[in-house]
Design a protein. Structure first.
Length: 411
């Protein structure tokens, strides 16, 4: 992350009585350089015995002697307290940019406390939290830095979040050379696809719960034991059928979108990712990578071919579930040609077999959901691409030097 300061991992050793703190570097949101963020975090009075101040001072001395660290009058420091987890320091003539010296007030403290008080855009907030969480995972503690301009007569303006420094004890893992400028946020999934995704989640959950009760009415009184079953199963079945028909409508809109949408991720040809020899080769590379045979696999912005084939299979499974559901429903309504036609498969394979397929598909969907959630969490944690939140906000994070093979326009 912070290149120059990142080398400071050798770190600052405080006195025997204080813990051995290291400064791992700094993260900037881009307005100030990483060195300036370090310098701002380090401003303190010369007499300070705060272990963080001492670690920062030592880091600057050893690794960034070029950075100016103006002395601060102890009266200009308003220390943090349990109720206000940041410190305020007035600094005179601080060189924020090369020759641009200004009076500023520096807010330094716990990330969330600073984010709550200082101005920051929604995107920067996501970016800073993402980097902080990642650094925390490697054993570092982010110490946020915000600045406010001081105008005539010591009037303090609005605070703006600038970045943070990494403070850690001896066990913190070194950070690679990577900064926010190395990442870009790319919009991928359309709003309609995301809405459908979450409708599917609710629908599959409801149909599974009611379907399971239809399969095995395990609660409430049973007629066999002489209990009054009332209309309980009627309601359960009514919910199952109603939500089932709603799901069919949602599925049909997805099919219509596949042939009418201008979004290439929604188009029908995305369902079959093996159109050329290169596609087949890429599938082989992805499978090899998943099987731990190949170290590298091509990068895809949207789904890789293996994911895509899995989702195509899932769509087919959902189609089978809808059709077998309609077949079973048709059995109750043998009064018109449509339901007579829907029930025809029961004449070929028998009603129990259709029920068996309908039930097995339910267990297949449960297995899919478990693996799907596991893989989504795993990929998001390892690749840091924001895959999970992409199903809410539609975008993923991509390294700027990345060249996804399915989006040659990027990179
Ligand atoms: C996620 C989707 C679905 C799941 C998990 C699911 C699950 C189940 C289960 C486990 C049963 C009990 C099977 C048995 O023992 O007979 C069942 C019954 C049934 N399902 Fe579904 N189902 C789903 C979708 C649908 C759809 C889309 C329809 C169509 C409207 C439908 C209509 C029916 C019907 C008519 C029955 C028989 C009810 C009865 O005989 O009382 N299901 N479902």
């Amino acid at each position: 992350m912070s290149q120059a300061a990142g080398k400071a991992n050798a770190g600052a050793t405080a006195t025997a009585a204080t813990p051995r703190l290291q400064v791992g570097g700094s993260f900037t949101l881009g307005r100030l350089s990483e060195g300036v963020i370090l310098g701002l975090a380090a401003v303190s009075s010369r007499e300070s015995v705060d272990p963080v101040d001492m670690a920062l001072a030592r880091t600057l001395e050893e690794d960034r002697p070029d950075l100016v660290k103006p002395p601060v009058d102890p009266d200009d420091i308003d220390p943090a307290s349990p109720n206000r987890r940041y410190r305020l320091t007035m600094v005179r003539y601080f060189p924020l940019h090369d020759d641009d010296r200004r009076d500023v007030v520096v807010m330094r403290g716990a990330l969330e406390a600073v984010l709550a008080k200082a101005a920051i855009s929604r995107k920067d907030k996501a970016l800073i939290r993402r980097n902080a969480a990642w650094a925390q995972g490697r054993g570092w503690r982010p110490l946020a830095v915000a600045t406010a301009p001081v105008t005539g007569r010591d009037k303090v303006g609005q605070f703006t979040v600038e970045g943070f420094v990494y403070i850690g004890l001896g066990h913190a893992k070194p950070l690679p050379n990577e900064g926010p400028a190395d990442w870009a946020w790319v919009q991928v999934w359309s709003a309609s696809l995301r809405v459908q995704h979450w409708i599917n989640v609710a629908v599959v959950f409801t149909l599974s719960a009611t379907g399971y009760i239809i399969m095995d009415p395990f609660f409430g009184p049973t007629a066999g034991e002489g209990g009054d079953v009332g209309f309980l199963m009627g309601w359960v079945r009514l919910i199952h059928f109603s939500v089932g028909f709603l799901w069919i409508v949602v599925g049909l809109t997805r099919v219509v979108a596949a042939f009418t949408s201008r979004d290439r991720h929604l188009r029908w040809n995305a369902w079959w990712p093996l159109k050329t020899k290169t596609d087949v080769k890429r599938l082989g590379q992805v499978v090899g990578h998943y099987a731990l045979i190949k170290e590298e696999a091509p990068l895809f912005l949207a789904h890789n071919p293996l994911q895509q084939l899995t989702y195509t299979g899932l769509y087919l499974a959902c189609g089978v579930q809808m059709l077998t559901g309609l077949t079973l429903f048709g059995l109750y309504h043998q009064t018109n040609w449509f339901w007579e036609m829907m029930a025809v498969p029961t004449h070929w394979v028998g009603i129990p077999f259709i029920r068996l397929i309908h039930t097995m598909m339910m267990f297949f969907l449960w297995a899919f959901v478990i693996v799907h959630v596991y893989l989504a969490v795993r990929a998001d944690s390892l690749e840091r691409h924001g895959g999970i939140s992409s199903m809410i906000n539609g975008g993923v994070w991509l390294r700027r030097d990345a060249k996804p093979v399915d989006a040659p326009e990027i990179g």
